[in-house]
Design a protein around this ligand. Structure first.
Ligand SMILES: Nc1ncnc2c1ncn2[C@@H]1O[C@H](COP(=O)(O)OP(=O)(O)OP(=O)(O)O)[C@@H](O)[C@H]1O
Ligand SMILES: [Mg+2]
Length: 346
């Protein structure tokens, strides 16, 4: 029985270390619950509701996207998250405010045209192709789908390509105002700053950081006056460019670290419960030795990277257990998985 359950977890890829963004909120166990405080998800929600620009600080894999997706997820009323991803676009977007504003407008334009029946079909076909990810194709967010009139107004407002820089910024501000007039608070989400600012296509990453924090973040505050969430790597906190821009970010929230093996177990149990379609507290019962969880936590305590130090290792440990037709994932499986998993030093 346990053997079949482990095989089912494996077949469902229950411990997927890099799940699609669109399902992340379901996998998320709030850090506030895990730590018994209100300093993470609750604070993020109240901060964006107060129109703050929030720096969400954590190392890669610590949970910044997961927290953002859970707080801005589909169940939150009254918010209009606008995820601004630039990883496949021109690097100018991260460094030039006007290019950034133009990018936001182009994004909304794509959403509203994807809402037209013919386009929507094309986007859905592209999205369903093998290997497609939710980030690669623009899919209109649910807050837009629910409001027909808003779509029409946004389509009109994005129809023109303004020429001057001032007009471009104005057009972006106008879009945000239209969204707000429909009782939704726009929240710009800049979740992959690390990729924009460190990638090799930014030949001078120091200058890129100066421009992003000094000019783009400033425009968020002064020209667009919008709520925003900016994911920030902790090393940036010491960066003079970041520090110079800190005045334009109203709130800093650090992703908390899981305090012990019990919290690790809960994160894993949430996934097992969803994969097996069972209540969370029963899903892992008898399948995972406490020693295995303790060893996972030890790895995580050294570097709090949930993606690599918990999920990736757990995924390999599960594979090893299933391969040897074991009934339980034991400490030995985790230990063997650690030798197979290449862990990047952060
Ligand atoms: N509180 C949590 N509950 C459940 N799963 C979590 C939690 N936090 C993070 N995860 C999982 O850990 C993995 C890494 O999280 P996430 O992608 O949010 O990290 P990140 O800080 O955004 O990393 P990066 O800087 O590389 O983008 C994901 O698989 C995510 O689902
Ligand atoms: Mg992320």
């Amino acid at each position: 029985m346990s053997r079949e359950r482990l095989a089912a977890l494996h077949a469902a890829n229950a411990f997927d270390a890099a799940p699609l963004r669109s399902v992340m909120h379901r996998l998320h166990v709030p850090f506030d619950e895990l730590t018994g405080t209100t300093g993470c998800e609750h604070r993020l929600l109240t901060s964006v509701q107060a129109r703050h620009r929030v720096a969400l600080v954590g190392i890669s894999g610590s949970g910044k996207t997961s927290v953002t997706e859970s707080v801005l997820g589909p169940t939150v009323e009254g918010l209009a998250p606008i995820p601004v991803s630039v990883s496949v676009e021109s690097p100018d977007i991260a460094t030039h405010p006007v290019a950034f504003a133009g990018h936001v407008v182009a994004l909304v334009r794509r959403w509203v045209s994807a809402g037209l029946p013919r386009e929507a079909g094309r986007v859905a076909r592209l999205r369903d192709r093998p290997g497609a990810t939710s980030q690669r194709f623009t899919i209109a967010p649910s807050w837009l789908g629910a409001k027909l009139e808003l779509g029409t107004e946004l389509r009109q407002a994005t129809a023109d390509e303004p020429v001057s820089s001032g007009e471009r910024l104005e057009q972006a501000a106008q879009l945000l105002a239209i969204i707000e007039a429909h009782d939704l608070l726009p929240v710009l989400v800049l979740d992959d700053t690390d990729r924009w600012l460190n990638l090799s296509w930014q030949p001078d990453s120091e200058a890129a950081r100066a421009a992003f924090f000094g000019r783009v973040v400033r425009v968020l505050a002064e020209d667009l006056a919008t709520a925003a969430i900016v994911a920030v790597h902790p090393t940036y906190l010491r960066d003079p460019n970041y520090r110079a821009a800190a005045g334009f970010l109203d709130t800093t929230i650090r992703i908390p670290a899981l305090a012990g093996p019990a919290a690790v177990h809960r994160v894993l149990a949430r996934r097992a419960g969803l994969a097996l379609d069972e209540p969370e507290d029963a899903a892992l019962s008898g399948l995972l030795d406490p020693g295995a969880v303790a060893l996972l936590f030890e790895q995580y305590r050294a570097v709090p990277d949930l993606r690599q130090r918990i999920l990736q290792v757990m995924h390999v440990a599960l594979t090893l257990a299933v391969d040897e037709r074991a009934e339980v994932i034991r400490e030995g499986h985790v230990r063997a998985a650690l030798t197979e998993t290449v862990i990047d030093p952060d």
